[in-house]
Each structure stands twice: as C-alpha cells, then as structure tokens.
Design a protein around this ligand. Structure first.
Ligand SMILES: N=c1c2ncn([C@@H]3O[C@H](COP(=O)(O)OP(=O)(O)OP(=O)(O)O)[C@@H](O)[C@H]3O)c2ncn1[C@@H]1O[C@H](COP(=O)(O)O)[C@@H](O)[C@H]1O
Length: 108
C-alpha cells in the first residue's frame, strides 16, 4: 500500500521527468533553466522560511514551509545527479550511531 513516505520517491521521479520540460509549463523546468545557483538560493530561502515558521508561526505554517523545503531540496539533488536513495542510505548508515559517535567518526 502507498504511504505518505512514498511521495518523496514519486516526487523525485516527477522532478527528473520535468527537468527538461517546457519552462512555460513546468516550475521544475523553469528553475532548472535558471541554473544551480537559483535552485540553491531557493533551498536557502525555503529553509529560512521554515525556521521562521518554527520560531514564530503556527504548526500549519511550518508544515507548508517544510513541504516547500523538501520539494526544493529534491530539485537541487536532481540537478546535482544525487539520488534520494543515496541520501537515505547515508541516514540509514547512521542508524544506531549516537551523536557523539558521529562526531568522532567525522573527526577521523
Ligand atoms: N511540490 C511542488 C511544489 N511545491 C512548491 N512549488 C512551487 O514553488 C514555487 C515557490 O513559490 P515562490 O513564491 O517561493 O517562488 P516564485 O515566486 O514562483 O519564484 P522566484 O520568484 O523565487 O524565482 C511556487 O510556484 C509553487 O507552485 C511546487 N511546484 C511543483 N511541485 C511538484 O512538482 C511537480 C511538477 O511540477 P511542474 O514542474 O510545475 O510540472 C508537481 O506535480 C508537484 O508534485
């Protein structure tokens, strides 16, 4: 059965399929046409808006901003050729590591 978690994988496929669509018809294509710096800028803006919502907005606003952030993050990963599976694999590899272990692993 489809769960909400599956939407990220589906959205990744949609974003990849829309990358080279007509910029008139597709927001994903329009962002890609503007280039990686614009995509990265949008991720930064959406992250800031999510932080502002967390600190001074309602949880409903935070949900909207978090969705914008995840969507734009997926557009940036796609533009760099990094798969969501690769990122999820990194998170999976960290399972069971405590924060302290993670810090020690990174300083090696
Ligand atoms: N999830 C989203 C999604 N979330 C947000 N947005 C768009 O992101 C934009 C963000 O709005 P902003 O005001 O921040 O940005 P803007 O003013 O349009 O752009 P700038 O002036 O900042 O350049 C809006 O145009 C939203 O419509 C999205 N656009 C598309 N998707 C998904 O991507 C799929 C493909 O979309 P298209 O590429 O448009 O076909 C869709 O079916 C959706 O599933």
């Amino acid at each position: 059965m489809d769960t909400h978690a599956d939407i990220l994988m589906r959205l990744e496929k949609t974003i990849s399929a829309r990358r080279d669509a007509s910029p008139q018809e597709s927001y994903v294509a329009r962002l890609n046409a503007k280039g990686l710096p614009k995509i990265a800028q949008k991720v930064g803006e959406e992250a800031t808006e999510a932080v502002i919502a967390a600190l001074s907005g309602s949880n409903e606003e935070l949900v909207g901003e978090a969705a914008d952030l995840l969507f734009h993050l997926l557009v940036m990963l796609d533009a760099k050729g990094v798969s969501l599976d690769h990122v999820l694999g990194e998170l999976s590899a960290r399972e069971g590591l405590s924060g302290l272990d993670e810090k020690a692993a990174r300083s090696k």
